[in-house]
Design a protein around this ligand. Sequence first.
Ligand SMILES: N[C@@H](CCC[C@H](N)C(=O)O)C(=O)O
Length: 283
Amino acid sequence: MELKFSKMEGLGNDFVVIDDREQLVENKVSYNDLSIRVCDRHFGIGADGLIVVLNSESHDIKFRIFNPDGSEPEMCGNGIRCYAKYVHDNRIINKLEFKVDTLAGTIIPKVNIGEDGLVDTVKVDMGEPILKTKDIPFISENEIAISENLNVDGKEVKVTTVSMGNPHAIIFVDDIKTAPVSTLGPKVETHERFPEKTNVEFINIISRNEMNMRVWERGAGETLACGTGASASLVAATLNNFTDNKVLIHLLGGDLTIELDKNNNHVFKTGPATLVFDGILKI
Ligand SMILES: N[C@@H](CCC[C@H](N)C(=O)O)C(=O)O
């Protein structure tokens, strides 16, 4: 079978996007196995995730995302912008704002059209952050974990935990360049107090409206950017009273603007989405 795909990226967080509304792919191969295959940077296309476009009975359209290790996370902030560009530019959805069915609930992207008539940037209503440790899930005696000690190899590391539908542990550091992303990241990701594992963000505060971020993603390793991670990090920074409600976040792959709307407690994220190339894969 020949499978059409688009290779897309949002701030260097890159994805293989496929349209399986007719479920022809799923009848042939599991999305989990396909993700392991296509995400491989040596033997596959190379990506931080596989995104699948599906029909939804309750929403305009449905989104599923798979990590390079084959696991299925609930949401992906950079991925949803690429997805919004894909469904708009391929005329699957003919609206500028639409409701997407995800494992993290309803997500609402609003696309901005560039001079070429195609989607340029996307503003996403990421919904409300989840703070209760039992819902993240993070095993803790506290209802909410703000700079709580986590014992890693005998040393205490302070984590603030937030879910944007998927789990995040935020660690504040003095220097982003020397942050122990590839050493501490995997240990926190697989720590026994995170029963569903976690994404791990390292944040360096620059001012009350600007910060640096690096991320160790669950099921993927260090990536150039993470949209749910950036959203969770703003929430964590406000919980610690380090920033105001709107921040510019510098990631390895570029900048994101994130805002926590105090009126409805929703997080809004604005950033680019880019088509890298289209291709055909034999499966
Ligand atoms: N890159 C994403 C997050 C993708 C899912 C994550 N690895 C997880 O397992 O939760 C983003 O931009 O949010």
